[in-house]
Design a protein around this ligand. Structure first.
Ligand SMILES: Nc1ncnc2c1ncn2[C@@H]1O[C@H](COP(=O)(O)OP(=O)(O)OP(=O)(O)O)[C@@H](O)[C@H]1O
Ligand SMILES: [Mg+2]
Length: 465
């Protein structure tokens, strides 16, 4: 894949095509939105600050790919991404999640992303340091006063006279060699690991303090307390992992991480607000309790979507350039039932198409993470080779489509329930009755036999499929 900066809208759509079938309109629009951010970063003049993202409202019934598109987009952009459900929020001042928490979540994701990148940068250096630490444990430096040989390696050290540092150095190199080619991986050593931060502090802040002052308090308390370590006996392979994490954290400047994370979230962050239709109140009605609070949530959303500053424990973040993608089925309410200010902040409307039976067959087969491929991989993990005939896939698609029509339309999610029902018995019998190196060919007849009675029986399929 090309670097993000050079991805053209067409290439972004191509990437999305690897995972999502159809939905051309939605893909095009999110691709434009992503490219616009890159374009904005390239704008040199002052107008850069004024270019705000064109937030997107995706309209489409359940299971047609709304969340999937947003999630994939974030992956492609390597951008911090968070998904929230609008219906979970409550108006500020009431018990529940307040809308600002989504921005804090986003920053949290961003910190995670930046940390991963930084860790990668210092990995080699950290690994070197870890090697020295492990060698020090295996062969304590000669000068150290109370030098005793670890019991476990005494045989190999027998040739080493106590205080001859040259010999000690050679032993060390020999062990380094062994360490590197994994010969010592299973050997146990004792290491000092940092004890996790004391529990209970988090509870003080619950509901009484915002995150920022919480973090401050936490820093203060952990600063006052002596760093606790505890001894753990681990194999060298395990110890290496634990020590590597520690060394990497030491080498990473956390203030830098915080700053970069805030900047990354501000410029590249994507917040996906699902079920936005659930907070739209039906027009014409007024008064009724839930409607009032729904509108309250919408009003709380406004400043965030419009651009404002939010306090997080990593610093203040400005939401001006965060891309918001909202989605909803809008079966009951309509986009025009949202308060006008909010509608204005989602100028791009895209409708997602209902999926056809043909789409279903393709979804089963084509995406990189297609369900058939997932199940094949699961079975292959036990050396059982699963495959589907062409017309078996067609039949699964046909039945899934039929059940959606007859029972309830849950879109491509139906494929999951149908597939799991179809393959459940096999999954249970591997590896007891179906042994490694067996082959399972799923045929049309098999699909019919296992599913058709269920499909015909509406009452049954309601519960099972
Ligand atoms: N067009 C599609 N192409 C490939 N897979 C799809 C498509 N639509 C849905 N899926 C699959 O169906 C599942 C549900 O899709 P998704 O989460 O995107 O639904 P949604 O549109 O967000 O629905 P909801 O309104 O219920 O949130 C996912 O596992 C996804 O992989
Ligand atoms: Mg969804």
């Amino acid at each position: 894949m090309n670097s993000i900066e050079s991805l053209t809208p067409r290439q972004i759509v191509e990437e999305l095509d690897k995972y999502i079938i159809g939905q051309k309109d939605a893909k095009r629009n999110v691709a434009i939105a992503l490219r616009n951010r890159i374009r904005r970063m390239m704008v040199k003049s002052d107008i850069q600050k004024d270019i705000v993202p064109n937030n997107i409202l995706m309209i489409g019934s359940t299971g047609v790919g709304k969340t999937e598109i947003a999630r994939r987009l974030a992956k492609i952009a390597q951008a911090p991404f968070t998904k929230v459900e609008a219906s979970k929020f409550t108006e500020v001042g009431y018990v529940g999640r307040d809308v600002e928490s989504m921005v804090r979540d986003l920053v949290e994701q961003s910190v995670h992303l930046v940390r991963e990148v930084k860790k990668e940068e210092v990995k080699v250096k950290a690994a070197d340091a870890v090697e020295e630490v492990i060698l020090d444990i295996l062969i304590p430096p000669v000068k150290s006063a109370g030098f005793t040989r670890p019991m476990s390696i005494s045989t190999e050290l027998d040739t080493d006279p106590n205080s001859d540092s040259e010999l000690n150095e050679r032993t060390r190199e020999r062990f380094r060699e062994k360490l590197r080619n994994g010969e010592l991986d299973e050997r146990k050593i004792e290491i000092n690991v940092k004890a996790s931060s004391p529990v209970g502090i988090g509870m003080i802040g619950n509901g009484m303090m915002d995150d920022a002052s919480m973090a401050g308090l936490q820093d203060m308390i952990s600063g006052m307390m002596p760093k606790k370590t505890k001894k753990r006996k681990l194999t060298i392979a395990e110890a290496r992992k634990v020590l590597l994490e520690e060394e990497m954290s030491k080498l990473i400047d956390f203030d830098e991480v915080k700053e970069e994370a805030i900047r990354l979230a501000e410029n590249n962050g994507i917040i996906f607000i699902d079920e936005i239709d659930k907070i739209a109140s039906k027009s014409g009605k007024n008064g009724g309790g839930p409607d009032v609070s729904r509108e309250g949530v919408q009003r709380d959303l406004l400043p965030i979507v419009e651009g404002s500053s939010v306090n997080t424990k990593y610093g203040v973040i400005n939401t001006d350039h965060i891309l918001f993608i909202a989605a909803g089925a809008f079966h009951v309410s309509k986009p025009s039932d949202l308060i006008p200010e909010l509608q204005g902040r989602f100028p791009i409307r895209v409708e997602l198409q209902s999926l056809t039976q043909e789409d279903f067959s393709r979804i089963l087969r084509e995406p990189k993470n297609a369900l058939t491929k997932q199940y094949m991989a699961l079975f292959e993990a036990e050396q059982v080779f699963l495959d589907f005939t062409e017309d078996a896939v067609e039949e699964i698609a046909r039945l899934a489509f039929l059940i959606n029509q007859e029972v309830e339309n849950i879109g491509a999610r139906r494929l999951h329930t149908v597939m799991s029902h179809l393959l459940n018995d096999f999954l249970f019998e591997v590896p007891d009755l179906i042994e490694p190196n067996s082959k399972i060919m799923v045929t049309k007849e098999m699909v019919e036999q296992r599913l058709s009675t269920l499909v015909k029986n509406r009452d049954l399929s309601q519960y099972i499929l």
